[in-house]
Ligand binder design. Structure first.
Ligand SMILES: Cc1cc2nc3c(=O)[nH]c(=O)nc-3n(C[C@H](O)[C@H](O)[C@H](O)COP(=O)(O)OP(=O)(O)OC[C@H]3O[C@@H](n4cnc5c(N)ncnc54)[C@H](O)[C@@H]3O)c2cc1C
Length: 607
């Protein structure tokens, strides 16, 4: 959205001030009708844990009224005020807000049209009395004085490692120690919530290290910071996967995370009466696996939204004389120089793998099964991300938290409308590029409603390629393109449903990943998994995101149909941002605060 500040002296500020004070007065008077009258007919209120103990968007005046009637007395909001300067453009006034509730402090954001709220964001920043020890309140780190029983920091950490999970149970167990589990655990540590992260790989960062050799992050550095410890100014724009792996390993150590590597979660059962989980693990501390049972109150799955490979079975796989790999197992193109590589799929992994196989001198064919959205990386950065996440944004004072909250302030229902113009512009700007791809026979799309990459990611987590060069290989015919469905394997390659045969020494199935709930079901059982339902997607009724409309990511970072069971993950940006709200929800429960959940989502879809 272009932002042109109104002239100094204009009444944007006065209009916003007027709205905010009327809103606070109505809330204080518990006058729901009056509060609702301050919203436009088309309105959206997105709350991140501060009013609803949920991540919830209500739409329209009736839903706003229902929310207020349900929560107002318990939440007791006070002190709504504008923070910073209000701005106005294109008939929309907007401002950052601050407010308090009975138990916390929050940040808000409002957009007004004709003096009425069109969008409102409310988000919880911290819990009163449980603030993080930082700034002036940072820990001292040592004890000045004399103490014959002095325990050094290192000794304390070693003792913690010995005791936690054995003689003392953690409050939270996080299953999955990728960047998601690690970021959440860092937040929980700062909030004093004892946590163990369980990871089947040996070391933090291994989930990146084990991916194909050529992988570098597709998202730029400004979008990728972890909580508390941003990347340094000389960090590359697109970090190579092994560098990210090393950063995560360092981060885990310096953030003092209790990280159990080489540990696999096998099962988890919830004891309703006791309010505790029984989590059975196989932990290898160097002498072979041994069973360890943990009894946390809260269980978080952070096993990767793209965690479980979708590995379809095809007839004839056993007779194929070459090698078959899912893209998640593909190490790189070594040894395939001059040999035939067929990659089934046409999204990010497929393009990356085709590109590096071609660079290594392989004879490469891509099999496109369905249309793909392609956006050039430079174009994406400039048109879609740059306003919030770029060097320029940093220079103009948009810090990461402001960028994250600005993004969060856009309700999902209308987000596609905000996204579409960037992609309309990309179509014009890169018309020649798209034309060449079409001429090569490539099936392109921009999403069901032309809203592009980010909406596809939020809705289905698949169906796109951020082009870093491999698309040209397809356009130029250097990587051959064949369209169709894989029907079967032959001894020497694959056959498509139209009878086309392709010879191959290596077939890479770049066939994507399955919903996290499918791997979680192996641990919590099918009955509980079905009760919880699909993880991810908005319910937009677009391809691979079946309705009904949820308006938030299904089951992510918020209460689920199973008490004390949570999901965390997403890309680095989401993991950074939403780990705060999940951590605050867990902290509130540890402290025994009343956390009535407004609008608990019903369960939808098994996968
Ligand atoms: C090829 C590829 C490229 C990507 N590029 C980007 C990018 O540029 N930017 C971006 O933000 N995201 C990218 N992603 C998305 C990426 O998956 C996530 O950002 C990131 O990996 C998610 O972190 P996570 O911690 O949620 O999941 P993961 O990294 O998948 O971690 C989940 C962890 O759970 C562990 N686990 C699973 N089951 C068990 C069990 N039973 N017991 C113990 N541990 C278990 C796994 O070993 C794994 O380490 C990419 C994904 C892929 C596949």
């Amino acid at each position: 959205m272009t932002q042109t500040l109104d002239r100094p002296g204009s009444d944007v500020g006065a209009r916003v001030e007027q709205w905010v004070s009327s809103f606070q007065e109505a809330l204080s008077a518990r006058d729901v009708d009056r509060a609702v009258s301050l919203f436009a007919d088309e309105c959206y209120w997105r709350d991140l844990v501060s009013f609803t103990w949920n991540i919830k968007t209500v739409e329209g005046k009736d839903e706003v009224a229902d929310l207020l009637r349900s929560v107002l007395d318990g939440i007791d909001p006070t002190g709504f005020a504008v923070s910073g300067e209000a701005t106005g453009a294109d008939g929309v006034d907007e401002a950052w807000l601050r407010f308090e509730t009975a138990v916390g402090r929050g940040t808000g954001h409002v957009r007004l049209k004709d003096g009425k709220a069109w969008t409102l964001l409310t988000s919880l920043d911290e819990l009163k009395g449980h603030e993080e020890s930082k700034g002036e309140n940072r820990p001292k780190g040592t004890f000045h004085g004399a103490d014959p029983d002095r325990e050094t920091w290192k000794e304390g950490r070693e003792r913690e490692a010995e005791e936690l999970g054995y003689s003392r149970q953690p409050e939270v167990v996080v299953i999955g120690g990728g960047q998601g589990g690690i970021a959440l655990a860092a937040r929980l540590r700062q909030l004093g919530v004892e946590t163990i992260v369980v990871e089947r790989n040996e070391r933090p960062g291994d989930s990146w290290r084990k991916r194909y050799k050529s992988l570098a992050l597709h998202d730029p550095v400004w979008y990728d910071h972890l909580p508390y410890l941003p990347f340094p100014d000389n960090w590359p724009v697109f970090a190579p996967k092994d560098k990210i792996g090393d950063w995560l390993e360092m981060y885990t150590r310096v953030m003092e995370i209790n990280y159990w590597g080489s540990t696999t979660a096998e099962s988890a059962e919830f004891d309703e009466a006791e309010g505790r989980w029984t989590v059975k693990l196989q932990r290898d501390r160097g002498n072979g696996p041994e069973e360890v049972v943990l009894r946390p109150r809260q269980l978080v799955f952070a096993m990767g939204v793209s965690g479980k490979p979708n590995r379809p079975e095809f007839p004839g796989m056993d007779r194929f004389r070459g090698e078959i790999q899912h893209s998640s197992e593909h190490p790189g193109p070594e040894g395939y120089e001059g040999r035939k590589v067929v990659v089934v799929g046409s999204n990010n992994s497929a393009f990356d793998i085709c590109g590096s196989a071609w660079e290594a001198g392989a004879d490469v064919t891509m099999v496109q099964r369905s249309s793909t959205h392609i956006i050039k990386s430079d174009t994406l950065m400039e048109l879609a991300l740059g306003g919030l996440y770029s060097e320029e944004a940093v220079r103009s004072g948009v810090d990461t938290r402001t960028a994250d909250l600005t993004f969060a302030s856009l309700p999902y229902r209308i987000m596609a409308d905000f996204q579409k113009p960037a992609y309309d512009e990309a179509k014009v700007r890169d018309a020649d590029f798209y034309q060449r791809l079409r001429e090569a026979g490539f099936d392109l799309d921009f999403g069901d409603d032309e809203s592009g990459l980010f909406m596809k990611y939020l809705r289905r987590g698949s169906g796109y390629y951020i082009d870093v060069g491999a698309a040209d290989l397809v356009a130029e015919g250097k990587v051959k393109l064949v369209k169709g469905q894989l029907a079967e394997f032959t001894e020497t390659g694959i056959r498509l449903d139209d009878g086309t045969e392709l010879e191959a020494d290596l077939v890479v199935l770049a066939t994507g990943y399955r919903s996290m709930i499918t791997s979680v079901a192996d641990i919590i059982g099918d009955e509980m998994a079905e009760r919880v339902g699909k993880v991810w997607g908005l319910g937009s009724d677009t391809t691979k995101d079946p309705g009904p409309w949820e308006g938030e990511q299904r089951n992510m970072w918020k209460p689920t149909q199973q008490p004390n069971l949570w999901f965390h993950g997403g890309n680095l940006h989401q993991s950074r941002h939403y780990s705060l709200y999940l951590a605050l929800q867990l902290k509130a429960r540890q402290e025994g605060l009343d956390t009535p959940v407004y609008g608990l989502q019903p369960s939808h879809h098994a996968e």
